[in-house]
Design a protein around this ligand. Structure first.
Ligand SMILES: C[S@@+](CC[C@H](N)C(=O)[O-])C[C@H]1O[C@@H](n2cnc3c(N)ncnc32)[C@H](O)[C@@H]1O
Length: 375
C-alpha cells in the first residue's frame, strides 16, 4: 500500500504521472469524461450499488461500494497505483435547496439551529474536505449546483483548502455546459484546486452559434420514433413513459418551446390555476429542436415535471434521450438485466451525473495545468 501522506512534487510531471479517484462516482459521468481525455481513473467510490454495473462496464474502472463518511485516508490512498500523484475529484449529492432556510431568520437561536441542520445536510462535503486534509492530493475538482455557494459549508470548504495552501480556481462564475459542447443549459459550480500553482477551467470551447442542439443529439435521424408507453426493440433504454389521457391531450396541444401557460383552460392543472402556481412556467413543456435542452434532472422522463416533452413526438423524452442530452456516449450501457430495470433509478442516475463532456473539459483543464507547470 502506498500510504505516503506527505510527498513532494516532481517538477517534470506529465498527466501520465497522475491517477484520479472519483468520490460519489455514480454511474460514471465524470469518470467517463476524464477517461476520454486519457487521464487514469483508478477507482470510483459510491454507496449505491445500483451504480456499479454501468460504472464498471463502460469505464473498466474499479467500483468501490462504500459510504464516503466511513472511508479512511489509508483506504483512499490504497486506491491510487503506487508512485502516482493523486488527483481527487468528487460531486457530492446536490441536496434540494430549501428556500425556507434562506428566509429571514427571526432569532439568533433559530439561526444557530438552522446552521446545525445545514451542517448535517452537507456533511458529505465536510467528509470530502476531511479526505483532502488527510490524503493531501495534488489536484482537486469539486462540482456541484451553483446554489452551493450560498451555504456556509462552501465557505468552510474554500477556507479549508486555503488553509492547506491550495491555489483555487475562479468558482464565482458558474460553468455553462454548452460552452463545452453539452447540448443542455446546465449551470454548474466547478472548483479546481492545486498544490502546483494557479489553476483555472479552460476557456469556453463553443459559442452560441456552435452550441450543439437537441436536434443534433436526438434528432429524427438518430433514434426510432416512439409513442408514449412504447419501448424501442433496438434499445431498452429508449422507452417513453405512458402518459395519462389528460397529459396526452396536453402535449398534443403544445408546440415546441411551449408549456402549460399555452394550454386551453380545461387542460390547465388545478395547481396552476391557483394564484401561487401561476409563476411556475417550467411544467408541461416541450423542448425545441434548435435549442439546448433544459437541465436534465432526476425527473427527466416525466412530462409533468418540467420541460421534458419531446420536441415533436407526443411523449416525454426517453431514458436514452436523457442520457444523450447529458452527453453520454450513445452506447453507454446502464443496465445488466433489462428484466430487472428500475426506470426511476436509472432516471436518477442519469439526471445526477456530471455530463461526460463537462468531465472531459475538467480533464483538459487539469492536463493544461499539469503541462504548464514549471515551464
Ligand atoms: C450527484 S451524484 C454523482 C454523479 C457522478 N459523479 C457522475 O458523474 O455520474 C452523487 C452520488 O453520491 C452518492 N452518494 C450519496 N451519499 C453517499 C455516501 N455517503 N457515500 C458514498 N456515495 C454517496 C449517490 O449514490 C450518487 O451516486
Amino acid at each position: 500500500m502506498n500510504n505516503d501522506l506527505t510527498y513532494t512534487v516532481d517538477l517534470k510531471l506529465s498527466p501520465k504521472d497522475f491517477a484520479v479517484v472519483d468520490l460519489f462516482c455514480g454511474v460514471g459521468g465524470l469518470t467517463r469524461g476524464l477517461i476520454d481525455e486519457n487521464l487514469t481513473v483508478s477507482a470510483g467510490i459510491d454507496f449505491d450499488e445500483t451504480c456499479e454495473y454501468a460504472y464498471h462496464k463502460n469505464n473498466s474502472t474499479k467500483f468501490v461500494h462504500k459510504d464516503i463518511s466511513e472511508l479512511s485516508a489509508e483506504e483512499l490512498i490504497s486506491f491510487y497505483p503506487t508512485g502516482k500523484q493523486r488527483i481527487l475529484v468528487g460531486c457530492a449529492p446536490c441536496q434540494p435547496f430549501s428556500n425556507h432556510s434562506n428566509r429571514i431568520r427571526k432569532s439568533r437561536q433559530e439561526k444557530a439551529q438552522l446552521e446545525v441542520q445545514e451542517d448535517k445536510k452537507w456533511k458529505l462535503l465536510y467528509e470530502f474536505l476531511r479526505l483532502i486534509r488527510e490524503t493531501n492530493p495534488v489536484i482537486i475538482s469539486m462540482e456541484n449546483v451553483p446554489q452551493l455557494r450560498n451555504h456556509k459549508v462552501f465557505d468552510d470548504f474554500v477556507a479549508g483548502l486555503k488553509a492547506l495552501n491550495y491555489h483555487i480556481s475562479d468558482y464565482k462564475t458558474p460553468v455553462f455546459c454548452p460552452d463545452y459542447g453539452v447540448p443542455q443549459k446546465r449551470l454548474r459550480l466547478v472548483l479546481l484546486a492545486s498544490k502546483l500553482g494557479p489553476i483555472e477551467m479552460i476557456p469556453a470551447e463553443f459559442d452560441p452559434e456552435s452550441y450543439p442542439t437537441v436536434y443534433d443529439v436526438i434528432g429524427e435521424d438518430k433514434l426510432a420514433s416512439l409513442v408514449d408507453g412504447e419501448v424501442s426493440a433496438e434499445d431498452p433504454l429508449h422507452r417513453a413513459r405512458k402518459l395519462s389521457p389528460i397529459n396526452l391531450r396536453r402535449i398534443k396541444s403544445l408546440k415546441q418551446g411551449e408549456n402549460w401557460t399555452k394550454l386551453d383552460s380545461d387542460l390547465i392543472s388545478p395547481c396552476h390555476k391557483k394564484e401561487n402556481g401561476k409563476t411556475f412556467t417550467v411544467a408541461y413543456g416541450r423542448m425545441r429542436w434548435n435549442e439546448q435542452a433544459p437541465t436534465i434532472t432526476t425527473h427527466c422522463i416525466g412530462f409533468s415535471n418540467g420541460r421534458f416533452g419531446h420536441p415533436v413526438q407526443n411523449r416525454a423524452i426517453s431514458l436514452r434521450e436523457a442520457a444523450l442530452l447529458q452527453s453520454f456516449p450513445s452506447k453507454y450501457d446502464f443496465i445488466e438485466d433489462t428484466e430487472k430495470m428500475n426506470v426511476g433509478t436509472l432516471a436518477r442516475h442519469i439526471g445526477n451525473a456530471v455530463p461526460p463532456k463537462l468531465g472531459a473539459a475538467i480533464a483538459r483543464s487539469i492536463k493544461r495545468h499539469i503541462d504548464g507547470y514549471g515551464k
